[in-house]
Design a protein around this ligand. Structure first.
Ligand code: HEC
Length: 150
């Protein structure tokens, strides 16, 4: 056996390695595509009200106190699962009314409890916000937050 790497051996390593990693890349691309289509896409569709609700969320800087899917401030509860927390999966109308009533009744004024300001949002804005929170709840965020309380 020759001790030096021959030209043909080097060529075979080059072509073989290129083919191997090319096939690996194709395989991983196919797997990512399959995962996006079957698992990681939200179960709800982005409707116009979801998009408007996201704007309400941004314009009022809710993220300055809350986190959503782990992003944001840790002063107030995580809201990616607030729809589930309010029972929206079993009783959608009840959860919608409860979240809206909560927003309208702030600040609670309860001493020793963190306060949320009242944003004086219109009925339309409140409903859009709820649609946005509902949509977010439907995204597969790999079970974040780890507990129901957020
Ligand atoms: C100044 C900080 C602050 C901002 C800004 C803020 N919140 Fe809150 N929010 C709180 C606090 C504090 C609580 C918890 C209060 C309590 O439990 O009494 C809360 C609670 C909530 C809850 C109920 C959560 C639960 O699990 O019961 C919802 C829904 C909510 N906020 C939505 C919003 C939305 C939507 C916005 C933006 C329009 C927003 N918040 C902006 C501080 C804030």
């Amino acid at each position: 056996m020759s001790e030096r790497l021959t030209k043909s051996a080097a060529r075979n390593i080059f072509y073989g390695g290129s083919a191997f990693f090319f096939l690996l890349f194709v395989g991983l691309t196919a797997h990512s595509h399959y995962y996006v289509v079957t698992e990681s896409s939200p179960s709800e569709t982005v409707t116009e009200s979801v998009a408007r609700g996201k704007h309400v969320w941004e314009e009022n800087s809710c993220i300055n106190c809350h986190s959503i899917m782990g992003e944001g401030a840790y002063f107030a509860p995580e809201l990616a699962n607030v729809w589930t927390r309010y029972g929206g999966r079993d009783d959608a109308e009840g959860a919608r009314m409860a979240i809206i009533a909560w927003m309208q009744s702030q600040p609670s004024g309860i001493e020793g409890r963190r306060q949320m300001p009242n944003f004086n949002l219109s009925d339309q804005e409140l409903n859009d916000l709820v649609d946005f929170l509902r949509f977010t709840d439907g995204i597969d965020d790999q079970n974040w937050p780890p507990n129901d309380a957020g």
